[in-house]
Design a protein around this ligand. Structure first.
Ligand code: C2E
Ligand code: MG
Ligand code: MG
Length: 699
């Protein structure tokens, strides 16, 4: 005989509750043989206790018992067993209809009359067990379904177009986390929607009513927490009384749609600043181009902005402050390009799209942008000055597609950086140089022959001794008509035209001649000579310098070659090799304009170096800006441990001098000590030099 079982795994347990020992024994004997595990109780109270502790699969319960009768015991078991539906079969007297009614009232599953017909009882038990199991499965499915619905915020609905009545599944409000129950007909549904969705919803129900009873509608409902998004899908009902109605599911999609919107947003925006990213900018340019082509008027400008000192600020002040700076700058950019679009296109790179009616207006916008970028940013109660270089590409002048405009703007920005210029327009330095530069170039070609160049020398003071220990040679051009022209203006032109190689050679020779004169006059001054990128790549450079120094018999340690940070970085291998050769001869090497480039300090220190010249940009605001102080401090700290001289450039006041001294800078150069001077002026200054701020001349 097959053992009856609750599940296939374990045999069923049967609890017999009867005060008659004989009945219990028979149950044990007969049903025990069929494979049941039999538990016995002699009265109701014992039966309830045993039920609670052993949880049998089926209960046989006598009615008349001492202490607690079967009805009461059955009721208690039902309370204990609220969700399981364990079958309880009552053993009643024959023809006792009242007892049968009371048994069902008490929660009994079935009844068997006494005297017991044993084969029948066995069938009834099997049947009850199967029923109980089905009940449990149904209940479990219902629980699972309910939680699945709750998780999916899903419920069911129906609509009868003939009566215009909605019906909702039970608990629709909880299931969808949405007040749906209150909606009773199409009008009340429409009322619950945001205004923009009403017409669409009404039409959908009209079409369903006159057509195929299908609905697929996503609508928004206003709520205190923002809009809810709800989707109603329905199909024609198929069963008897559902025919002619729409039945389907209603789902609250608010979170899903919100997540989707967030994903879309993130795909097009920079998380930190909230500005658009490159993709969004490209899309915006594409749209603007289409629009301008449509109207046939207007111009576009794409400006690529690179923050010059950001890496260093970030290193010195920490990433949190760096992030705050970027966020603030992002906000500023946004306000500067109102009507256009600002995007973050790299760690410290931004790009903006400007639209204007004509080139003049565009130029005005760009000037405003540059000016706005120059304003200090307030952070931690102090002002940080960010410097930037800007490259500009133009529509229709330079390109007519978005990607190309962006690429050109970036390219122009790189040129601006290379030339040390603030803003460069695409094409400005390629192909046909623009007019003023061309004129300048023509005049420069003759300048050398016509002896229009001369050198001036700016003193450098050692902070410890208070003495002038060096000078920097600076080139001056005396234009026949325009007078003195700034090297900031003409050096880029010399570089562009390669004239710098010849002029640079003259500078080297002239500086050496001057050094010789000073040595003859008993002055030991280190003479700094600026080398530009183009010169640096001249294979003859080494020869040129060495022969000039030897010809004039200048003491090698009085020769200091200044190269810029970006130059050193262009071709580090070659730079290291060439600089080492110079150093082997005893010349000094200085890195000029340090701090505005991109290299990390650690990297730069792999170069053979004697001096770091800290750019004027850091000195300018040294008193107000903790950021700049942090950077200068970081530089001097490393320089000190390596025995490298640091020169702070552009010191104009005593206070600036005090600050940089406190930060560990070893030498200063700037108007405080002296402007670039003619040789004899400088000689006079050195001889009678009195450290600024001190009272007595140095011995
Ligand atoms: P630089 O090498 O960084 O030179 C320092 C510049 O800062 C000089 O400008 C100097 O006059 C200016 N300066 C010095 N102290 C102060 C100060 O206290 N306040 C202010 N506001 N400015 C100060 P300059 O002479 O106009 O030269 C500009 C740049 O032109 C130089 O920057 C250098 O890059 C380049 N340059 C000058 N002469 C030569 C040269 O012979 N060869 C090459 N390749 N480049 C040169
Ligand atoms: Mg210099
Ligand atoms: Mg400099």
């Amino acid at each position: 005989m097959t053992a009856p079982s609750q599940s296939t795994a374990s045999p069923a347990t049967l609890l017999i509750v009867d005060d008659q020992q004989s009945t219990r024994s028979l149950v044990k004997g007969l049903l025990g043989k069929e494979g049941y595990t039999i538990l016995q109780a002699a009265h109701g109270a014992e039966g309830v206790a045993l039920f609670e502790s052993a949880r049998p699969d089926v209960v046989l319960m006598d009615v008349m018992m001492p202490i607690m009768d079967g009805f009461e015991a059955c009721r208690r078991i039902r309370t204990l067993d609220r969700n399981e539906g364990t079958p309880v079969i009552m053993l009643t007297g024959a023809d006792d209809l009242e007892a049968v009614r009371e048994a069902f009232d008490a929660g009994a599953t079935d009844f068997v009359t006494k005297p017991i017909n044993w084969p029948l009882l066995s069938q009834r038990i099997r049947y009850a067990l199967r029923g109980g199991q089905l009940m449990r499965e149904v209940r479990l499915n219902r629980v699972r379904q309910a939680s699945a619905q709750r998780i999916a915020l899903l419920a069911f609905w129906g609509w009868d177009p003939r009566t215009d009545e909605f019906e909702w599944s039970e608990g629709v409000d909880e299931q969808t986390a949405c007040p749906i129950q209150q909606i009773t007909n199409v009008d009340s549904l429409i009322d619950a929607l945001v205004a923009d969705d009403r017409e669409r919803a009404r039409r959908a129900f009209q079409i369903a009513a006159t057509g195929d009873l299908r609905i697929d509608l996503e609508v928004r409902m206003p709520s205190a927490q923002g809009e809810r998004v709800v989707r109603l899908i329905g199909e024609p009902g198929t069963e008897g009384r559902d025919l002619g109605k729409v039945f389907g599911a209603i789902q609250n999609l608010t979170d899903t749609r919100r997540t989707e919107a967030l994903v879309d947003y993130l795909a097009l925006h920079d998380e930190l600043t909230g500005l658009g990213n490159r993709r969004l900018l490209t899309q915006a340019i594409v749209r603007s181009l289409e629009q301008l082509r449509g109207t046939g008027s207007g111009v576009l400008r794409v400006a690529w902005i690179d923050l010059t000192r950001f890496h260093r600020l970030n290193d010195a002040l920490g990433q949190t402050v760096g992030d705050t700076l970027l966020v603030q700058l992002g906000q500023r950019l946004k306000s500067l390009v109102a009507g256009g679009l600002a995007a973050r296109v790299g760690g410290d790179e931004f790009a903006v799209l400007l639209q204007a009616e004509d080139p003049d207006q565009a130029t005005y916008h760009l000037e405003q942008l540059a000016e706005g970028l120059d304003q200090p940013i307030r952070i931690l109660a102090e002002e940080v000055f960010l410097t930037s270089t800007i490259g500009v590409a133009r529509y229709p002048e330079d390109a007519a597609d978005a990607e190309r405009l962006l690429a050109l703007a970036q390219e122009a920005q790189r040129q601006a950086r290379g030339l040390g210029r603030r803003m460069v327009h695409c094409g400005e330095f390629a192909g046909q140089a623009h007019r003023p530069a061309l004129e300048l170039e023509t005049s420069l070609r003759h300048a050398l022959d016509r002896d229009e160049f001369h050198l001036v020398f700016q003193p450098q003071m050692d902070l410890r001794s208070g003495r002038i220990v060096g000078v920097e040679s600076l080139l001056r051009w005396n234009h026949p008509e325009r007078g003195l022209i700034s090297p900031v203006e003409f050096i880029p032109v010399l570089e562009e035209s390669d004239l710098i190689v010849a002029v640079g050679e003259w500078v080297i020779q002239e500086a050496c001649r001057q050094a010789r004169r000073w040595e003859d006059a008993g002055l030991s001054l280190r003479v700094g000579i600026n080398l530009s990128a183009r010169q640096f790549h001249d294979p003859q450079l080494y020869m040129k310098v060495v022969s000039a120094v030897r010809e004039q018999q200048v003491t090698p340690r009085n020769v200091e070659l200044e190269i810029t940070e970006s130059l050193a970085m262009q071709d580090p291998t070659r730079a290291i090799e060439l600089l080492s050769q110079f150093r082997d001869l005893g010349y000094k090497i200085a890195i000029d304009d340090f701090g505005i480039g991109y290299s990390s300090l650690e990297y730069l220190l792999r170069f053979p170096l004697d001096t770091i010249k800290i750019d004027r940009a850091f000195v300018m605001n040294i008193i107000e800006s903790r950021a700049d102080r942090a950077i200068v401090r970081a530089i001097t700290a490393i320089a000190q441990t390596l025995g490298i001289t640091t020169i702070a450039e552009g010191i104009e006041t005593l206070r600036q001098c005090d600050f940089v001294e406190a930060l560990g800078v070893t030498e200063i150069q700037g108007y405080l000590i002296g402007k670039p001077l003619l040789p004899d002026e400088l000689e006079k200054l050195v001889k009678g030099f009195l450290r600024p701020g001190s009272r007595t001349p140095d011995p």
